[in-house]
Write a protein that binds this ligand. Structure first.
Ligand code: NAP
Length: 249
């Protein structure tokens, strides 16, 4: 196992991509703190699956876009696990508006939940990683940030902000043995993706070279790789793209 004795915190781990990442980290030996905002029963169910593997799971409710809940959550995880070796900033939302229809309040909320949250959780986890002199931080952005997407300008701008944030803190933190990278999924079958209109999803499907959408279990291995030694040792400020070929670099 690649992550034996490691302690991980995954935000938005109650369902979708975050759930699969949490399970994949646990399968490789990590104990996992599972954050959620509303879905307590779903988060508890993920925790049970992790405990059945013989790992520890700690469920922590917090709105990661708000400072005080994040401070309390990080303190609770440190109290429970003693350290945080791996942080996965995954929690997020989406919704669709054309620019001329977008309420300013929905723009602000998107930036808050999808960008400010990643700053906040990282801001309050990093001091612990600095003390430990080690850490891995994986931020979930999106291929929309690279390619652009109609009706998702607020979402794509927030995710582009995540990519720039990662490149900056990757430079700041690498000298302290804390490696920061991005994973940019393509369209992946989750509740979030299914909330997009049929028209939008059909249009996206037509753009995908592999001719199908991704599954959550096809995203998680990129995160495990970046969190593992030696697999992720040389990745710093990189963008990994499990995106069905939608964006090619
Ligand atoms: P999802 O199925 O809708 O799950 C979202 C998760 O985020 C849930 O666990 C939810 O918790 C949590 N969450 C939302 N707002 C939160 C907040 N303020 N505080 C704490 N937790 C919060 O979404 P997904 O498709 O798995 O997406 C996961 C990540 O991948 C997101 O960052 C998304 O932008 C990114 N992504 C997804 C796709 C895709 O096609 N699915 C593509 C590219 C990137 P509750 O269950 O408690 O509500």
């Amino acid at each position: 196992m690649k992550l034996e004795n490691k302690k991980a915190l995954v935000t938005g781990a109650s369902r979708g991509i975050g759930r699969e990442i949490a399970l994949a980290l646990a399968r490789e030996g990590a104990d996992v703190a599972l954050n959620y905002i509303h879905s307590k029963a779903a988060a508890d169910a993920v925790a049970e699956e992790i405990r059945a593997m013989g790992r520890k799971a700690f469920v922590c409710q917090a709105d990661v876009s708000e400072e005080l809940p994040v401070i309390d959550m990080v303190a609770a995880v440190i109290k429970e696990f003693g350290r945080i070796d791996i942080l996965v900033n995954n929690a997020g939302i989406d919704e669709q508006f054309l620019i001329w229809d977008m309420p300013v309040e929905r723009w602000d909320n998107m930036i808050k939940v999808n960008l400010r949250s990643q700053f906040l959780v990282t801001r309050f986890v990093v001091p612990h990683m600095l003390k430990q002199k080690s850490g891995r931080i994986i931020c979930i952005s999106s291929q929309c940030a690279q390619k652009g997407a109609i009706e998702l300008s607020h979402y794509s701008a927030a995710k582009g902000g995540v990519m720039s944030f990662v490149k900056c803190i990757a430079r700041e933190l690498a000298p302290y043995n804390i490696l920061v990278n991005c994973v940019n999924p393509g369209p992946t079958l989750t509740e979030m993706f299914n909330s997009l209109t049929d028209e939008w999803r059909s249009m996206k499907l037509a753009e995908l070279p592999i001719g199908r959408f991704g599954e959550t279990y096809e995203i998680a291995p990129s995160v495990v790789m970046l969190a593992s030694e030696p697999d992720g040792n040389l990745y710093v400020g990189q963008i990994l793209g499990p995106n069905c070929g939608d964006v090619m670099y």
